[in-house]
Design a protein around this ligand. Structure first.
Ligand code: ADP
Ligand code: MG
Length: 267
């Protein structure tokens, strides 16, 4: 792969089996006798995408358009049905790929924080480096402290998640992902569960990360963040990339009707 490219996605397709009961009878005995019908749902359809080293990409699109599924395939939380994903020179969708290594390289932050409730901030952040990477505890604690400082939470070292605000929990979650020294960070609607006054503190941490040169794929509808940090915006619908380009191109003069309709709802 060219030196400039960090991720290459080729013809990525993810199909889910969905099961539906045929008919819609209200009567219980009738419902029971109905056939359960299996159908295929193309969550991601034939997606090609190349991400440059250090590039920040914002992915937008309606609910159910395949945004989460696409980025989850990049750290193998989901497996593609067909197609391939390359990180540097390694095909991570190959059966022989080392999933643990992929997860070390590709950090992920979710809408719902997913912190360990029984661990304080320091231990939430240092757990994986110790357990997965075999880092010495003292070293992992030092690293966790410096990461907490980086996300502006030096005073929350021994605080448990339920004593932190949503914005603070999300910043701990980002620090936890960074503790593995990833080269790529995936964010799946990182501010959607936050009260409005907490959104900025999380976006500021992400912006700093972007400015440091992290390769980032961010599913979000935060236009301010996009304009400040994203080199490219991708609009997805029905599992496909419909249109992509700079913030100006997508937000101010998009070409596709589907993009325009969607933006009308969120701008
Ligand atoms: P988005 O993040 O854009 O809202 P998703 O990637 O979550 O979209 O979902 C894309 C489509 O795939 C949706 O129709 C969703 O219902 C379906 N889907 C996602 N995950 C699963 C799953 N584990 N099983 C079945 N269908 C799923
Ligand atoms: Mg989603």
């Amino acid at each position: 792969m060219s030196d400039d490219n960090k991720i290459r996605i080729e013809k990525a397709t993810k199909i889910f089996n969905v099961y539906k009961r045929e008919g819609s009878s209200q009567k219980k005995w009738e419902r029971k006798s109905k056939q359960i019908k299996k159908s295929l749902l193309y969550a991601v359809k034939d997606v090609d995408l190349t991400v440059r080293r250090g590039e920040v990409i914002l992915i937008i699109g309606p609910s159910g358009s395949g945004k989460s599924t696409l980025i989850r395939c990049i750290n193998r939380l989901e497996n593609l049905s067909s197609g391939s994903i390359w990180i540097d020179d390694e095909c991570i969708t190959d059966e022989k790929a080392d999933i643990r290594k992929v997860r070390e390289e590709v950090g992920m932050v979710f809408q719902s924080f997913n912190l360990f409730p029984h661990l304080d901030a320091l231990h939430n952040i240092s757990l994986a480096p110790v357990v997965v990477k075999g880092m010495l505890k003292e070293e992992a604690f030092e690293k966790a402290k410096s990461l907490l400082k980086r996300v502006g939470l030096s005073d929350k070292i021994d605080t448990y998640p339920d004593q932190l605000s949503g914005g603070q929990q999300q910043r701990v979650a980002i620090a936890r992902a960074l503790a593995m020294d990833p080269h790529i960070m995936l964010f799946d609607e990182p501010t959607s569960a936050l009260d409005p006054e907490m959104i900025k503190e999380v976006l500021d941490v992400m912006l700093a990360l972007a400015n440091e040169g992290m390769t980032m794929l961010v599913v979000s509808h935060e236009m301010g963040f996009a304009r400040a940090a994203a080199q490219r915006v991708i609009f997805m619908d029905e599992g496909e990339i419909v249109e992509q380009g700079t913030c100006e191109k997508i937000f101010d003069r998009c070409e596709e009707e589907r993009t325009r309709k969607f933006l009308e709802h969120i701008l």
